[in-house]
Design a protein around this ligand. Structure first.
Ligand code: DQA
Length: 163
């Protein structure tokens, strides 16, 4: 049989899979020093540790990743298809700008939980629109660093009901 001329329409195989992929977007690697009056003093490393502790309690395997690059976030979302059971995402500013990230989330066919540390609705009007919300099952915003673990608990409950 002749070799196919084009590559199949699938994203590169994921490096690893699990239950919940937790993605964090641009500038959130600077939590702790970034505008602490808005985002608090908790670092992203602290949030990851909190998520790992809650995941252990809930018997879930999570993968926690951060990127400042839209394309990298999109690659990770595409690769989550078939490799994870849910996605939690804080898209940072891409939340308000990225149709491409929304499209990637939609194609995964996975439940998506959108999180924001700050209450975006009390802030500038350009933060009131979220493309990610158009792909999200639910949104948790304004509850600080705890937004991530609350989303993890919500995802766990939904996955349990589904199983
Ligand atoms: C954020 C809110 C966004 O508007 C902002 O661009 C961020 C962080 C939050 O977690 O509150 O980078 O997603």
């Amino acid at each position: 049989m002749p070799a196919p001329k084009s590559k199949p329409n699938t994203a590169a195989a994921p490096e690893r899979g699990g239950d919940v992929l937790i993605l964090t977007g641009p500038n959130l690697n600077m939590l702790g020093v970034r505008e602490p009056k808005i985002y608090g003093k908790t670092t992203l490393a602290d949030i990851e540790l909190d998520c790992l502790a809650v995941a252990k309690e809930l018997k879930l395997v999570i993968d926690f990743r951060q990127s400042n690059h839209e394309g990298e976030l999109i690659d990770w979302v595409q690769q989550a298809r078939g490799a994870f059971r849910a996605i939690i995402i804080n898209g940072g500013a891409y939340t308000h700008t990225s149709i491409a990230l929304m499209d990637a989330l939609l194609l995964t066919d996975l439940p998506v939980y959108e999180v924001h540390i700050s209450n975006v609705f009390r802030r500038e009007s350009f933060r009131h629109n979220s493309y990610i919300s158009l792909a999200a099952t639910g949104v948790i915003c304004g509850l600080g660093a705890a937004s991530y673990t609350l989303a993890l608990r919500a995802a766990a409950q939904a996955l349990q009901t589904k199983a």
